[in-house]
Design a protein around this ligand. Structure first.
Ligand SMILES: NC(=O)c1ccc[n+]([C@@H]2O[C@H](COP(=O)([O-])OP(=O)(O)OC[C@H]3O[C@@H](n4cnc5c(N)ncnc54)[C@H](O)[C@@H]3O)[C@@H](O)[C@H]2O)c1
Ligand SMILES: N[C@@H](CCO)C(=O)O
Ligand code: NA
Length: 815
């Protein structure tokens, strides 16, 4: 035999009631369940508000009308006209009775807890009576049970305490006498020994279900609500939160203590004591199989069951020498709070016993302060205690799960996820059961924190990277296309999702709260854009306060670089193909690295050297594994490589430069390639990564251009000068060819010195055989001494560069 309980939303509309009936019809008819019902959604609040208005002699008829209409509407929809009359009449009698009571409250201006409970009882009585009659169409033996008569309590109105032995006996007798009936029982209400109406407090209808379940030794208690059971986190905060299929009573307790409002677990204690499983189902999604709460629940493959949170709490801190070694101090403190009905959410005490911090609801904080000041007046005067401080604007996040007890590293994982996302933890508490680790943090960080922790613990799920991109040129555009094409693969094979949350170019910018649709990011940007403003872009990015953020610089501009430090210090990783940041002053380069290390985020710039070729990574691996770089020889300008590899036959030099630009190999300003600046930057970055604190001035560059080209003041002039100097380039070419050699622009780092020179090399030289936009880099190290470690391949172009940026972004996600 099962107990089936339907909550307010399930009985709150004709649609809900229709579903309820169809759920009952699917059940096993041999053994009718006991159906416990709540008031129609909103009705209890309306009753409450009418009572409060009546006692202030205010008008309440609008609410009364609303309640009547709500019931009548459902009735008209669900019962044929011929059957409606008796039910209307009975409901009308209820409403008249209610009105009489309210009228007395109005006249007497007096609302005792007893009267309040009586007023509140009408919600369940009306819904149960009405629904039992609707059900009669399918279940002729359905009857409405005034459950209040069967649950006996003390006279603590509003929160009555149940006399369990008496109640169980009454229920058992009643059930035995009505075995052939389908019972519809009012939830929430009970009565005292004089037969006066009482109520069972918060979650009262669930409690009714648990009491009946316990009395009748039910096989199962089904709680039908309007959500898919209990979830891993609050779905309003965590989009990826998912329904749990099973959890233990303790886990359900811990999880709902803070967050999940699906059930109120203390009400489940009668079921818990008898080991009766509880299953939470969704009236509005009957396909959902339910969340089971039971003994010996499967401890799933995830180390935690879920994350619960309290949006807003305050903490009080009490410290002073007066507490040290004083047995009973905390007892005195907490019994004081309990006496004053202040619920303490969480406690932490320093091991020196010098201070106690505890959390309370914000509305209780001032009261707590006042009663503590009064209780400990003497200690405060004697300065044995400091005046307690209240801190507001805080939230609690707790991870919950029985598996935690046996799994080391859980708190490490929690704090790593928080730390890496720049979330400052104000206080920590671990339940001694080890089923729960709670942290207090700033309310502004809560959403970010819950998401980051969810990602960390439910690693089998997709992890989301939030990226903010500067530059929609050659590289930026290509990156968006690659991201779009790769989305399904990333989701399937890497459980990773990359969401572009913000885009800016030099003209306009937009932050998309839902993330850009990459198949049409340009339209979204154009339609919503505000004028580009880097400072504002960074401010908005930080204000979104999302977990796992990456700032991506795909510009060739010096301005974004000014923000890297601040961004890294805000616990946001930086990925850049822009070489300006790493090739300006050494102090800045090392400051970026230090910031990334200190704040536990990534700073990736693989594409600074050789585009997508694994050069920075290779060098880093060599260095980290203790190798020592003796020398690096390299061709690192894709543009110049392309030019020399195609400077043949009739083509003229400036024409090839043009085509290199068209191929997307050059810098936005091609002079940066031809004058050696781009190459210099790469060599400087390599030298620094190899451990040499060099500056730009330390690098010797042999120009491959005649002075007039170097002096060109615009790109147009530059092309003109290249053309004017065609003879110079022709001469270079023919001289090399005459000697059986090719032109190569080669950089070399040796003994901490860097030079870039224009050379003619023959086929004995390892750099002779290159084609297209190839780069080549050869490392000679302690380990690669006789034969160098060589990396070679296309070192420029939008596809390979964007792919390198992409890989850097993914590498942030892997951490
Ligand atoms: N082309 C390659 O093969 C290659 C290889 C490695 C690295 N890179 C680097 O890629 C970067 C981009 O090159 P590209 O060819 O895509 O350039 P591009 O000129 O095509 O695009 C640059 C983009 O940056 C934007 N921008 C400029 N200043 C800005 C600012 N202050 N704020 C916001 N946006 C700004 C522009 O509006 C434009 O959208 C350069 O730093 C380049 O060195 C290129
Ligand atoms: N302009 C650069 C792009 C790669 O950094 C080159 O030609 O090598
Ligand atoms: Na690279």
């Amino acid at each position: 035999m099962n107990i089936v309980k339907f909550g307010g939303t399930s009985v709150g509309s004709a649609e809900g009631i229709r579903t309820l009936i169809s759920i009952l019809k699917k059940g096993d008819q041999e053994d009718y369940p006991v159906v416990v019902l709540s008031a129609m959604s909103g009705v209890t609040n309306l009753l409450q508000s009418m009572a409060e208005k009546a006692v202030l002699a205010e008008e309440y008829t609008a609410e009364l009308k609303e309640i009547e209409e709500k019931h009548f509407r459902a009735l008209r929809e669900l019962l044929p006209a011929s059957a409606q009359n008796p039910v209307f009449t009975r409901l009308k009698i209820y409403f008249n009775e209610l009105e009489d009571i309210l009228q007395s409250v109005y006249t007497l201006k007096e609302l005792s807890p007893q009267t309040r409970d009586l007023i509140l009882s009408f919600g369940e009585r009306c819904s149960t009576f009405m629904i039992s009659h609707i059900a009669k169409q399918d279940f002729p033996n359905a009857i409405a049970v005034e459950g209040a008569e069967l649950i006996k309590t003390d006279s603590n109105f509003g929160q009555a305490k149940v006399n369990t032995p008496l109640t169980e006996m009454l229920i058992q007798d009643f059930y035995a006498a009505n075995k052939d009936k389908l019972l519809f029982v009012t939830g929430y209400i009970a009565s005292n020994t004089e037969g006066r109406m009482t109520t069972l407090g918060r979650g009262g209808s669930d409690f009714t279900a648990a009491i009946w379940g316990s009395a009748l030794n039910a096989a199962e208690i089904e709680i039908w609500t309007d959500v898919d059971g209990m979830l891993t986190a609050d779905p309003r905060i965590v989009e990826k939160a998912f329904s749990l299929s099973e959890l233990s009573y303790t886990e359900a307790m811990e999880l709902s203590y803070f967050g999940a409002k699906v059930i109120y677990p203390p009400t489940m204690i009668p079921a818990f004591l008898k080991k009766i499983p509880i299953v939470i189902k969704n009236t509005f999604n009957t396909a959902f199989e339910g969340t089971y709460i039971r003994h010996g629940a499967d401890t799933s493959n995830f180390p935690i069951k879920g994350i619960s949170s309290i949006d807003e709490i305050s903490i009080l801190n009490l410290s002073g020498s007066g507490m040290v070694g004083k047995a009973g101090f905390s007892g005195r403190l907490f019994s004081l709070l309990s006496r004053e009905q202040i619920n303490v959410v969480l406690i932490t005490q320093s091991s020196s016993e010098h201070s106690i911090t505890f959390a309370v609801k914000p509305e209780d904080s001032l009261k707590a302060l006042a009663i503590i000041s009064k209780e400990f007046e003497l200690e405060l005067l004697a300065k044995k205690l400091e005046y307690p401080q209240v801190e507001n604007g805080l939230s609690v996040l707790a991870i919950v799960g029985e598996n935690m007890k046996h799994t080391p590293g859980m708190s490490g994982k929690l704090f790593y996820a928080l730390g890496r996302n720049g979330v400052n933890v104000r206080a920590i508490a671990q339940g001694s059961s080890e089923y729960n680790i709670s942290v207090i943090l700033s309310k502004t960080d809560l959403s970010k924190a819950v998401n980051a922790v969810h990602d960390a613990f439910f690693a089998d799920l997709k992890k989301t990277l939030h990226i903010f991109c500067l530059g929609t040129g050659n590289i930026g555009k290509t990156l968006f296309r690659q991201l779009l094409n790769q989305t399904p693969h990333l989701a399937k094979n890497n459980d990773l999702e990359v969401k572009v949350m913000g885009i800016s170019n030099s003209r306009q910018m937009y932050m998309s709260n839902a993330g850009f649709d990459l198949s049409d990011w340009e339209t979204e940007l154009n339609a919503n854009a505000e004028p580009a403003d880097l400072k504002e872009f960074v401010r908005q990015m930080k204000a979104m306060n999302l977990p796992n953020c990456v700032f991506v610089d795909n510009t060739a501009s010096p301005y974004p670089v000014d923000f890297y430090q601040d961004i890294l210090e805000s616990s946001i990783s930086v990925v850049t193909c822009n070489k300006i940041g790493n090739s300006a002053e050494y102090s800045q380069y090392s400051a970026f690295k230090a910031a990334a290390r200190t704040y536990g985020v990534d700073f990736h710039y693989e594409t600074n050297v050789g585009a997508g070729l694994p050069i920075i990574r290779t060098l880093k691996d060599l260095m980290m594994s203790g190798d020592n770089i003796a020398s690096i020889e390299a061709i690192l300008s894709g543009t110049i490589s392309y030019i020399f590899n195609n400077f043949k036959d009739e083509v003229r030099f400036h024409e090839i430069v043009k085509s290199a630009q068209e191929m997307g190999y050059t810098e936005p300003d091609p002079r940066d390639d031809l004058n050696g600046k781009d190459f210099m930057r790469k060599m400087l970055i390599l030298a620094r990564d190899a451990g040499y604190p060099l500056e730009e001035a330390d690098i010797k560059i042999e120009s491959m251009l005649p002075p007039a080209c170097m002096a060109a003041e615009s790109v147009v002039d530059f092309y003109q000068e290249l053309e004017n100097n065609s003879a110079y380039f022709e001469n270079l070419k023919t001289t090399a060819a005459a000697r059986g050699k090719v032109l190569r622009y080669i950089g070399k780092l040796e003994a901490g010195k860097v030079a870039i020179t224009l050379q003619m090399v023959d086929d004995a030289h390892p750099f002779y055989m290159l084609s297209g936009s190839d780069n080549i880099i050869s490392f000679i190290t302690d380990r690669y001494k006789d034969r160098p470690l060589v990396v070679k391949g296309p070192g420029a172009g939008a596809e390979v560069t964007a792919a390198g940026v992409f890989a850097d972004i993914i590498n942030v996600g892997k951490r």
